[in-house]
Design a protein around this ligand. Structure first.
Ligand code: ADP
Length: 221
């Protein structure tokens, strides 16, 4: 489902060069739930952003569902993101002026699929994450855990093949964190979605099928 070969990413910040990834090769199977762990600055987010077609590698190859991200143009990458990838972020990134339901529908609106079937799908997911009774609320009326559950519904509404989560529990207390991880893993298994999640938390990493440890831009374990 996901593969990288000798992936390198070098950032240029003024005169300084930062080698964020230094030859990462990995394979992630369809339906697998994989946690990427490692100290701050080791390249976890950079790897996730490349896998999610939000950033491009300096060299090496990255494939999603057999599609070569490293040789696709911006339009093709945008199309791939809209169809195949769902994102969950540490700070939720819900749009404050939209209701919970409108936020969840957003990926379908962007790809012209917010029809009756899409709305039923959004309602089903809101029920799965326990937010049916909050669908007309705005994000600021929700707790952190509820916001992340809404963000999870939004990430899955368009049936992506891959769910990418960057510190999905980094801004939650331990009870909300456990609830979000339970929902994320159970929904991903139900929908047969491949998951890559970046986390500092040992408990969150333990919920994955496999852990990949990065140190200094390389796979360490
Ligand atoms: P992690 O997610 O493991 O904390 P990152 O992937 O965010 O690590 O960053 C890896 C390295 O790349 C760090 O040294 C970071 O400072 C650097 N870096 C990340 N993004 C940029 C950028 N846009 N410009 C310059 N350096 C960056």
């Amino acid at each position: 489902m996901l593969e990288t070969r000798d992936l390198h990413k070098t950032y240029q910040a003024g005169d300084a060069k930062v080698d964020a990834l230094r030859g990462v090769s990995l394979k992630i199977l369809p339906g697998e739930i994989v946690a990427i762990t490692g100290p701050s600055g080791c390249g976890k987010s950079t790897l996730l952003h490349i896998l999610g077609a939000l950033d491009t590698p300096t060299s090496g190859q990255a494939y999603v569902d057999g599609l070569p991200l490293h040789s696709m143009n911006d339009d093709a990458l945008t199309g791939l993101r809209q169809l195949k990838i769902g994102f969950v972020f540490q700070f939720f990134h819900l749009l404050p002026t939209l209701t919970v339901e409108e936020n969840v529908l957003l990926p379908l609106l962007l790809s012209g699929r917010a029809d009756a079937t899409g709305k039923t799908r959004a309602h089903d997911l809101l029920e799965s994450v326990g937010l049916s009774d909050r669908r007309l609320h705005r994000p600021h009326q929700l707790s952190g855990g509820q916001m992340q559950r809404a963000a999870l519904a939004r990430a899955l509404v368009h049936r992506p093949s891959v769910l990418l989560a960057d510190e999905p529990t980094g801004n939650l207390d331990s009870a909300s964190s456990a609830a979000v991880v339970d929902l994320l893993t159970s929904l991903a298994r139900r929908e047969k979605t491949t998951v890559v999640l970046v986390t500092h938390s040992v408990d969150v990493a333990a919920a994955a099928d496999r852990r990949i440890g990065l140190v200094d831009g390389r796979i360490h374990s």
